[in-house]
Design a protein around this ligand. Structure first.
Ligand SMILES: Nc1nc2c(ncn2[C@@H]2O[C@H](COP(=O)(O)OP(=O)(O)OP(=O)(O)O)[C@@H](O)[C@H]2O)c(=O)[nH]1
Length: 555
């Protein structure tokens, strides 16, 4: 989620001038998402004050003018809080009751700030302290890493340990009843779940039993069309339990595997809603009753899961809006507070943005270690085996061209937003949102030039390298300079040679100089703009690009 707004800025103007890129935590009240609390957001891009501005007024004017961009990071604050705990153990030889006291206080604070319920935090801290001190010293593992391991294991346990799969009926359609408060994302989840099940090869039907909000039926119908599944509805006059019963009958007639029933939400838990849900449940005898809860409501979500379970009996929860500014309280409290597992998480508004909830992967993301498995799964979803093989061949024979480049960028876009992908890669969670935005901007910039190339030029970038006329034409059509086009072509050749080096390393054919490889990657990615260093490095980069262009003539 990204939004713009004016924020109360905590560092002094002088401090902001000294480290303008530094992210600072600010509070902002977002009415759309939360009515009760102000949300902790991380300022992604602090204003860059170029000229020293002596007066605070001047600084404020500049600040207002730039319109801060704030972006929430998934569990960012929790991750940072935990990191400070490990840092306090640097240099110690062994974990003792005494030396873990302060790191444990940091962990406790980080969890409470993440809105994890207090009894859960107490139990967690007790268990981690006990296990950390009792841990045998493992050769080669530092005490801070040992504590990370204990915390990781406990987080996994806290979130349920194992992934909790959907249960399917042994015979006849599986009925999934979705319940939840207003606006938490039930209707969206219906469609996301149908999409997920369709990918598993199951046929689905959606049943519109939310009769109080007429738009909900239309919304479900539109989403059903988008996913390609039928939607059963009887308008707003019939009783929800009757609609659900008739829907199930129709699904049975059509041999449908799964029926997903959308129900009405209320602003808060009330008797009428519970009674209605009980009636619907009785009418269709669902295999799964899933409560949809908004991750941004923190530990309140866990309380809701408990109340719904006490009243109607549920089988699990679906956590939505985890892509928002969720601090982690809901994900960490639901299982422990209610005893019910989180089965899925929603991480965006798109149909594809629903995933099973893996406690181990979530723990790794909380600890800032990325989620490689989810990343690989996403990549596998969008990249066909044949494409992968073809790409490999092209790289090996130095034929990687602009069409391949476009294909790759499209694949990355299909995998989800850049920021989500980056969060899944270990070590990459340190990449700032500003850097991600810069990368996204660069890709668009490159695409605009590639889009005006002729099919021949895309296929054979050599044509552009050899002909100034062609580069001039592309520049004119794309509204860029000839130098920028030349740079893009040089980058492609650089990519070719870098990919070949990597392939050589992977296949063991070649012995690339990894230092050289990393150097050139760093040059491109890490050089800050507007500095002397940039000019020096840019010179080197330019030289390497020219070398790469010369190199291509040898191919
Ligand atoms: N960012 C984000 N937005 C979501 C997610 N799930 C749902 N939404 C958005 O939340 C809003 C409400 O979703 P709905 O599906 O209409 O919610 P509902 O629970 O059916 O609402 P009622 O029918 O009023 O009870 C919509 O704008 C959705 O696009 C999610 O995982 N992430």
């Amino acid at each position: 989620m990204e939004t713009t707004g004016t924020l109360a800025f905590s560092p002094s103007p002088a401090a902001a001038r000294r480290s303008p890129e530094k992210a600072v935590v600010a509070s902002i009240h977002l009415r759309r998402f939360c009515t009760t609390s102000s949300l902790q957001l991380r300022v992604a891009q602090a204003p860059v004050l170029r000229a020293p501005s002596s007066s605070f007024q001047g600084w404020r004017r500049k600040r207002r003018g730039c319109g801060l961009v704030v972006r929430a990071e998934m569990f960012g604050q929790l991750t940072t809080g935990l990191e400070s705990a490990w840092n306090k153990l640097r240099g110690v030889d062994v974990l003792t009751k005494e030396n873990i006291a302060e790191p444990m206080r940091d962990i406790r604070r980080a969890l409470l700030e993440a809105d994890v319920s207090l009894p859960v935090v107490r139990r967690f801290i007790e268990s981690v302290s006990e296990k950390a001190v009792g841990t045998d010293v493992i050769r080669g593992i530092k005490p801070d890493q040992q504590l990370v391991k204990v915390v990781n294991d406990e987080l996994v346990q806290l979130m349920g340990g194992e992934v909790s799969d959907l249960v399917f009926a042994k015979s006849g359609p599986t009925v999934i009843l979705l319940a939840g408060l207003q606006g938490v994302g039930k209707t969206t989840v219906c469609a996301k779940l149908a999409f997920y099940l369709k990918k598993m090869g199951k046929s689905c039907m959606l049943v519109a039993a939310d009769v109080y909000r007429p738009a909900a039926i239309d919304q479900l119908t539109i989403l059903g069309k988008k996913v390609g599944v039928p939607v059963y509805s009887e308008g707003t006059e019939a009783k929800p339990s009757q609609i659900a019963k008739n829907g199930l009958k129709e699904a049975k007639g059509k041999n449908t595997d799964v029926v997903i029933v959308d129900t009405a939400g209320r602003l808060q838990v009330d008797k009428a809603m519970m009674n209605e849900l009980k009636e619907v449940k009785k009418a269709v005898n669902p295999t799964e009753v899933l409560l949809v809860v908004d991750a941004m409501t923190g530990q309140e979500a866990a309380g809701l899961v408990s109340s719904f379970n006490d009243e109607i009996g549920i089988t699990g929860a679906i956590l939505t809006k985890l892509d928002g500014d969720s601090r982690g309280g809901a994900a960490l409290s639901v299982k422990e507070v209610s005893g019910k597992p989180i089965k899925f998480v929603g991480q965006g508004e798109r149909i594809e943005d629903l995933e099973p909830f893996y406690p181990d992967r979530m723990a790794q993301r909380i600890l800032g270690m990325g989620d490689v498995l989810s990343f690989v799964e996403k990549a596998q979803e969008v990249m066909r085996q044949e494409d992968a093989e073809e790409l490999q061949k092209k790289i090996a024979s130095a034929k990687f061209n602009f069409n391949d480049f476009l294909k790759q960028t499209k694949m990355v876009t299909q995998m989800g937003s850049f920021s989500r992908l980056v969060g899944m890669i270990p070590g990459m969670n340190k990449v700032t949102p500003a850097q991600i935005r810069e990368a996204e901007k660069n890709l668009k910039f490159m695409e605009s030039m590639i889009n005006v190339m002729t099919p021949e030029e895309r296929e054979r970038p050599e044509l552009l390298a050899e002909s100034r006329e062609r580069r001039k034409r592309v520049a004119k059509d794309a509204g860029k300079t000839e130098q920028q086009v030349a740079q893009l072509v040089a980058q492609l050749f650089q990519m070719r040679s870098r990919m070949q080096k990597m392939m050589g390393a992977i296949q063991g054919k070649d012995s690339p100089d990894m230092n050289d490889l990393m150097e050139s990657i760093k040059d491109e990615e890490q050089v800050a703009s507007g500095t002397g260093q940039r000019r020096r490095k840019y010179g080197n980069l330019r030289r390497r690009q020219l070398d790469a262009m010369r190199g291509f003539r040898r191919f």
